[in-house]
Design a protein around this ligand. Structure first.
Ligand code: NAD
Length: 424
């Protein structure tokens, strides 16, 4: 089943549970606009190379389309459609006035020089520029894109349209209209959600172990925050593999090492909590990491990591989906039967788009908030969203994913009915 089909399956399941008007289900099952671009980039060796990019604008009933841009060799239209749809649902889970969009370029950025990456980023943004804008569609970072790429996007847009419109993208560097707290927002929001769950279930973080798959933006901040709160982070991984230490991993040292050496598997000596106990560190595969006997499994890499093939082997008690779509619907059913609570992506990683919304608001007002203001506002939104989802869970006797969908669809239904479904 394709990723977009998975997304529709999740929407349909929740729609049935809550008796959603079938017209609204149908309406939300179709992206409003699909854009595919082909653009040339001059490579360092002097040759020109063509690249393909996408932007899917799923729905703007709640506000401008909003969603990240991914640079990855496996990006395809189906994936971008799924991710754009999740953005509509996600913004509504946390109740922010934005719609859903997503973009991507088929490229392995690790194979590009920094100059090639800049030329590619600028060329892609030029190609989609007539379709974006602070009140139209506002991209942001996603896998293998970062604040520097967002700065090139904003600059390219400003050059083309002649005035400073920093709100055209979010996740920019602080020096160029970024918001304090944006870099860590996805992980921070997820940790607020986990914290509420832990409190609701009477658990103690100091007695809980964590494994983190994916050690990029979302995963590394997630691991740092969880370690600060007393959780014992015993394993982390990236695309090359993982490291595991039952005594706990020194997350900060591992991150510094990963930045220097490129992968966590090169960080055996940095892995121990104390310099003397790194002997207990060992490397593990990503598959092994997923199957560790831990309390919390944080999924912060890519989609389709837990499927019907490995769901039965998962031993974690709680899964925190910082990544989008890491658990398939088939796996969800197996995990539910095993009593594993999956805190879903559309709730857990909504902190990223929430602080992106804050960034857009600050850009438009040209008035910038302190980090404390950002964190306080983020916490309130995430905690309120968790509690609303928890209420839906009890009401519909369903899992957290379905409850997040019913919460989101309920809000969207109100907005769509207020304007009229055929008014767009
Ligand atoms: P990133 O590029 O910063 O990090 C991705 C990490 O995953 C890297 O460490 C990479 O090595 C690792 N990885 C890639 N393939 C892997 C594999 N097969 N196994 C294990 N690790 C692998 O990306 P990110 O921004 O942290 O995004 C990660 C996930 O979080 C994505 O699903 C993204 O859509 C989602 N997300 C990110 C944000 C955000 O604000 N950055 C917001 C919402 C959701």
């Amino acid at each position: 089943m394709s990723l977009f089909e998975n997304t529709l399956k999740q929407i349909n399941k929740a729609a049935k549970t809550m008796n959603l008007n079938p017209e609204i289900t149908d309406y939300l099952s179709h992206p409003q606009r699909i854009i595919q671009v082909a653009f040339p980039v001059r490579m360092d060796n002097g040759n020109m190379k063509m690249f393909t990019g996408f932007r899917v604008q799923h729905n703007n009933h709640a506000g401008p389309y909003k969603g990240g841009i991914r640079f990855h060799p496996q990006v395809d239209m189906d994936e971008v459609k799924a991710l754009a749809t999740w953005m509509t649902i996600k913004c509504s889970v946390v109740g922010i006035p934005l719609g859903g969009g997503k973009g991507g370029v088929i490229v392995d950025p690790k194979e590009l020089s920094i100059n090639e990456l800049e030329r590619l980023s600028r060329a892609y943004f030029r190609a989609i520029s007539e379709f974006v804008g602070p009140h139209i569609d506002v991209p942001a970072p996603d896998v293998y894109t970062n604040p520097q790429v967002m700065a090139w996007f904003a600059d390219e847009y400003t050059k083309k349209y002649g005035n400073r419109k920093l709100g055209v993208v979010t996740g920019k560097p602080l020096e160029y209209g970024g918001s304090k707290g944006r870099a860590s927002a996805t992980a921070q929001g997820g940790v607020y959600v986990l914290d509420e769950y832990v409190k609701e279930h009477g658990l103690n973080p100091k007695e809980m172990t964590v494994a983190v798959q994916g050690f990029g933006n979302a995963g590394s901040f997630g691991a740092i925050f969880l370690a600060e709160m007393g959780y014992k982070v015993v394993a982390v991984s990236d695309s090359k593999g993982g490291i595991y230490n039952t005594d706990g991993i020194n997350v900060e040292d591992t991150l510094t090492c990963k930045h220097e050496k490129g992968s966590v598997i090169e960080c055996m000596k940095e892995c121990g909590m104390h310099k003397e106990n790194y002997e207990n560190c060992k490397t593990i595969t990503n598959e092994e990491l997923l199957e560790l006997d831990v309390d919390v499994l944080v999924l912060s890499a890519l989609e389709n990591q837990v499927t019907e093939k490995n769901a039965d082997k998962i031993k974690a008690k709680i899964i925190l989906e910082l990544a989008n779509g890491p658990v398939t619907p088939e796996a969800d059913e197996i995990l539910e039967a095993k009593g594993i609570d999956v805190l879903p992506d559309i709730l857990v990683n909504a902190g990223g788009v929430t602080v992106s919304y804050f960034e857009l608001v600050q850009n438009e007002a040209n008035y910038y908030w302190t980090e404390e203001e950002v964190k306080d506002r983020l916490k309130k939104i995430m905690v309120d969203a968790y509690r609303a989802v928890s209420t839906h869970k009890k009401k519909h006797s369903c899992d957290y994913r379905e409850a997040s969908y019913t919460n989101s669809l309920h809000r969207l239904e109100g907005m769509i009915n207020a304007k009229g479904i055929t008014s767009n």
